[in-house]
Design a protein around this ligand. Structure first.
Ligand code: ASP
Ligand code: MG
Length: 470
């Protein structure tokens, strides 16, 4: 029986956290026989090592010769403090310190190169950004060895083969599966615990790529598929998936069971629970996924199960994505002309920007859609180029954007066939004078999304949450 357990940044964020994590690993090992560990970079709130690494490199790009040096010191402090507290001097302390130092020195060298060249490619960002995981797994594996168990730190660059879409690479399973099995199965057979870096992978040429921010969850699921694991557990710092972000909604609660579809929808709409791609390897291979709290391990957390069609319970959770723009393509000449929508989204795709919500009124005089605010300029320019002729002819009057909007999404498979839910939501918002700019409902009826002014996000989420838990 093989269990894959992924630990997030806070679960390896301090010496104490690592001790507790090790205990969870060893308990699971007793029960399951084979355990594969996937770990994120260290994260102590509010500092995340991955952020530090990426910000350090970005600051160098802007010509700042000081910040990255300061960052390197911070990185040393965080990692050394943890190593000193965990590993004994007569054991592996010096070795692991030296290994970690090597990464931090490499980080400084890369930042210096960025500073001098004035160039920071996505490829370089992946090399820099993935170092946090390379450091944390070395600490955790050494600590497990110190406790008398076989454990080996492994860079996922040895296991997961991806395309070359740096910063958001996708695995090529035909190569990943045999490579992972060949490397990890002998370790498992030897009773050893592989401690694998989350987040990173390598392209076919062996160059480091990353699976996107928050991608360690996805790493766990990928390894689960490769090893035919019985379950994949995502250990985090909350009691599973919550009805709302507890930082915004005080009485947010843990949701015991969710379907794959509900979780995908939640993740897509910004709930920071699971990396959105995590689900797919699990769904396709029928592997149950559990989300549990390292700091409250006896809490059952949330189990994510296949969609069984008998979901009830109406709306289950509310979530929000901020910092979006709502872009509108508008014109009286659009009426009945086929192909405008296709060309609109073709232009957005060409700009490599993803669309989070689309809405078109039946008058066909406008199409609007939401994209991240920081890509709205690129998108508008792309659209103006695509529709140059139509704009000249005034078939399209304008392409414009409302900035600083949020999408608030209510998720629950049980909303299907439960009339009155949207009514209750709109009433709740209307009563509190929250203006709704646009609305979209997926045909799955598993979610309803509302676009509102970004400044009203917290208020809207709270009022909707009251309807959900009522
Ligand atoms: N460390 C990476 C990040 O912060 C991956 C992860 O934690 O899942 O995005
Ligand atoms: Mg995460």
């Amino acid at each position: 029986m093989t269990l894959v357990m992924k630990f997030g940044g806070t679960s390896v964020g301090s010496a104490q956290a690592i001790r507790e994590t090790a205990e969870l690993i060893l308990n699971a090992k007793k029960e399951w026989g084979s355990v594969v560990v996937v770990a994120s970079a260290m994260g102590t709130k509010p500092i995340k090592v991955t952020d530090l690494l990426l910000e350090g490199a970005t600051s160098a790009l802007s010509g700042d010769a000081e910040t990255y040096k300061h960052t390197a010191n911070q990185l040393r402090q965080i990692h050394y403090e943890t190593i000193d507290a965990l590993l004994t001097p007569e054991g592996e302390r010096q070795i692991v310190l030296a290994e970690n130092n090597l990464f931090i020195t490499r980080f400084e060298t890369l930042c210096k190169a960025v500073l001098v060249l004035g160039e920071l490619t996505p490829r370089a960002l992946d090399t820099v950004g993935g170092m946090g995981e390379q450091m944390s797994v070395r600490i955790l594996a050494a600590y497990l060895r110190q406790l008398g168990h076989k454990a080996e730190a492994i860079d996922a660059t040895e296991l997961i083969v991806t395309n070359s879409l740096f910063q958001n690479a996708s695995p090529i399973f035909e190569q990943t599966v045999p490579k992972t099995q060949a490397r990890l199965q002998p370790l498992l057979d030897d009773d050893c615990i592989p401690v694998v870096t989350g987040f990173i992978a390598a392209n076919e040429a062996g160059i480091t790529t990353t699976l996107g921010r928050g991608g360690s969850d996805f790493s766990g699921a990928i390894l689960g598929q490769c090893l035919n694991a019985q379950e994949v557990w995502i250990w985090t710092d909350v009691d599973g998936v919550m009805t709302a972000d507890p930082r915004i909604v005080q009485n947010a609660k843990s949701i015991p069971v969710l379907s794959y579809r509900e979780v995908s929808e939640l993740a897509f709409y910004g709930a920071n629970v699971l990396h959105p791609k995590t689900m797919r390897p699990c769904v396709e291979n029928n592997i149950p996924l559990r989300i549990k709290n390292t700091f409250n391990p006896s809490h059952p957390g949330t189990v994510i199960v296949p969609d069984n069609g008998s979901m009830n319970g109406g709306a289950k959770a509310v979530t929000a994505i901020k910092k979006l723009s709502l872009i509108t393509v508008e014109g009286k000449g659009m009426l009945g002309i086929p192909g405008i929508a296709a060309r609109t989204f073709g232009a957005v795709a060409k700009a490599n920007v993803s669309v989070l919500l689309i809405s078109q009124a039946s008058s066909e005089q406008s199409i609007c859609f939401a994209t991240p605010e920081n890509s709205s300029d690129t998108v508008i320019k792309g659209l103006e180029a695509e529709f140059e002729e139509e704009i000249k002819r005034q078939d399209i009057d304008r392409v414009w954007a409302i900035h600083d909007v949020s999408i608030v999404t209510i998720v629950g498979a049980g909303m299907r066939g439960t009339p009155g839910i949207s009514g209750a939501l709109f009433t709740a918002l209307g009563n509190h004078h929250v203006n709704i700019i646009a609305i979209a409902q997926g045909s799955s009826e598993c979610s309803i999304s509302l676009v509102i002014d970004g400044k009203e996000t917290a208020e809207a989420v709270n009022h909707i949450h009251e309807v959900i838990v009522a």
